[in-house]
Design a protein around this ligand. Structure first.
Ligand SMILES: [Zn+2]
Length: 313
């Protein structure tokens, strides 16, 4: 709550100063300007945009999206762009703060509106969220939709169609570029499906948050995790650690997984107690500067995950 108040103050300050002052105003160009929040949005938009539009990623590499605070220049970028592509959900609630306060000249598009949503799930052993859970609370929808390659392909195509609608001169180019990337993602999907189909045991244990509900659903995986997808908790209870440790021991699970940017302390301690290894699964939520500069894409990161699965699952 405190953060939202802060964001609102920031917005008020912006409005009062007329958005001018020290903020550098970007030159309008003829090219379509796309602004994205998280890495998957950036990656899909970049693929569909091809060489005909400019794509900007708001979240700096390595930033934790769930606790991000938009800067004045972010707010201006959203206001001025032609297409604003964001996730929609708990992890970018800060976006809603911007959108409720500024008048966009372009179009806003949410990734969660491109696919069917699943509810965030609490599986056995998982640490419950204590904060807001009152009686009768509606289960939260899980917004980590891109972790299913089929969803990723669908979102890419939807972005291609949106760009075609906004920039008719290149309509065919955007849909063709989106289709080419979607085809690559489908190929990857086929490789994951073949890998999992060949296995009888498909249980993954995460000593971490679990933003991979859609991935697990697509390949029919069993999973256990310390926390749900967007949890801000980092300290699981003794009962959660004991449950996961027993699971790994009893089912002779070779690897305890953790996600990118995690300090993997929880995964380490479970693995050590149960005599297992640890390995990283990249949820693609955000990338490091090294990954971004090195040309990482959703497809290359997910290929890395497939290699890790082949080695450690
Ligand atoms: Zn998240």
């Amino acid at each position: 709550m405190k953060k939202q108040v802060f964001s609102l103050l920031l917005l008020c300050a912006l409005v009062l100063t007329g958005c001018g002052g020290q903020i550098e105003k970007t030159e309008r160009s003829d090219r379509l300007q796309i602004v994205t929040t998280v890495f998957p949005a950036y990656d899909f938009a970049r693929a569909a945009a091809g060489e005909w539009a400019d794509v900007k990623l708001l979240l700096p590499p390595g930033t934790e999206s769930h606790t991000y605070e938009p800067t004045p220049s972010d707010i201006l970028a959203v206001q001025e762009c032609d297409l604003f592509l964001y996730l929609g959900g708990e992890s970018d609630a800060w976006v809603e703060t911007i959108l409720s306060a500024v008048e966009m000249r372009g179009t806003a598009m949410r990734m969660v509106d491109c696919v069917d949503l699943l509810e965030e799930e609490s599986v056995a052993g998982m640490q419950e969220e204590h904060e807001d859970h009152g009686a009768g609370e509606v289960a939260e929808l899980d917004e980590h939709v891109w972790t299913s390659p089929q969803n990723a392909a669908a979102i890419t195509r939807a972005v291609g169609e949106q760009l075609s609608a906004l920039d008719g001169a290149h309509a065919g180019d955007y849909t063709a570029a989106a289709e080419a990337y979607a085809a690559k993602i489908h190929e990857l999907d086929g490789e994951f499906a073949a890998f999992f189909d060949a296995r009888t045991d498909r249980t993954m244990v995460f000593g971490d948050r679990f933003p991979l509900r859609y991935f697990a659903e697509e390949y029919d995986l069993d999973y256990y995790a310390a926390f749900p997808g967007c949890s801000t908790q980092t300290e699981p209870s003794a009962a959660t650690v004991a449950f996961l440790t027993d699971k790994v021991r009893q089912e002779k699970i070779p690897t305890v997984w953790y996600i990118e940017f995690s300090n993997h302390l929880v995964a380490d301690s479970i693995a050590e107690a149960a005599g297992a290894k640890t390995a990283m699964f990249h949820s693609c939520h955000n990338v490091s500067k090294v990954e971004l500069d090195g040309g990482a894409t959703y497809v290359t990161l997910m290929q890395g995950n497939l290699e890790a699965l082949k080695k450690y699952l």
